[in-house]
Design a protein around this ligand. Structure first.
Ligand SMILES: [Cu+2]
Length: 173
C-alpha cells in the first residue's frame, strides 16, 4: 500500500508540467520503450507522451536522441496533430526557482552526444490539446532536425511515461 501511495503522489506532482521532482532520474533507464528508430544520424529511444490528465489542456512528450553522425544536429521543432501548439521546452533554475520556457533556436546535439527530454527536465510541450491522449494509445509526434529533417515517432501514451514498472519492488523485504 505504501508503494502505491508514493506512486500516486509522484504522478500528481509530475502532472503539472512546471513542477519538477527529483525522483524522475529513473527516466534514463526506462523500460517503457516502444522501439528504436534510426534515421541515418539520429537514434531515438525512450519516447513517450504523458496521458492527458483531467481537464488539463496541456501535456508533454519525451524522447532521448543520440547524434551518431559526424556533424552537429539541431532539433528545431516538434509538431503533433493532437495539440494546437507543440514546442521545445527547457527547464531553467533562477534564484532557486525552476521554471520552463521555450528553447529558442532548438536543442543542438553535437556528434556523439545525447539529448535527453524526460520527465522533470527538458521536454516537448503540447498545449491546447485537440484530443485526449490516453494510456495505451499511440500518438504521432514529428520532430524536425536541421540535418536529418522531419522524423515522425509513434509515441506510446502513458500515465507514467518512462517510469519503471513496479513489479521489481516485490522482492524488497
Ligand atoms: Cu513545458
Amino acid at each position: 500500500m505504501k508503494a502505491v501511495a508514493v506512486l500516486a503522489l509522484s504522478l500528481m506532482a509530475l502532472a503539472a508540467c512546471g513542477k519538477v521532482e527529483e525522483q524522475t532520474s529513473v527516466a534514463a533507464s526506462s523500460s517503457n520503450v516502444n522501439g528504436i528508430i534510426t534515421n541515418t544520424k539520429v537514434l531515438m529511444t525512450d519516447y513517450a507522451m504523458r496521458a492527458a490528465l483531467g481537464t488539463n489542456p496541456n501535456t508533454a512528450a519525451y524522447v532521448t536522441i543520440k547524434n551518431g553522425g559526424d556533424k552537429p544536429e539541431t532539433l528545431l521543432s516538434a509538431s503533433c496533430a493532437c495539440a494546437a501548439k507543440a514546442s521545445l521546452h527547457e527547464m531553467t533554475m533562477t534564484d532557486g526557482v525552476m521554471s520552463m520556457g521555450e528553447k529558442t533556436g532548438g536543442f543542438e546535439i553535437k556528434p556523439g552526444e545525447t539529448l535527453v527530454l524526460a520527465p522533470g527536465g527538458n521536454h516537448i510541450m503540447l498545449e491546447g490539446l485537440t484530443e485526449r491522449p490516453a494510456e495505451g494509445q499511440t500518438v504521432n509526434v514529428t520532430l524536425t532536425f536541421d540535418g536529418a529533417g522531419p522524423i515522425t515517432l509513434g509515441m506510446p501514451v502513458s500515465n507514467a511515461p518512462l517510469a519503471k514498472t513496479g513489479t521489481s519492488e516485490e522482492h524488497v523485504h
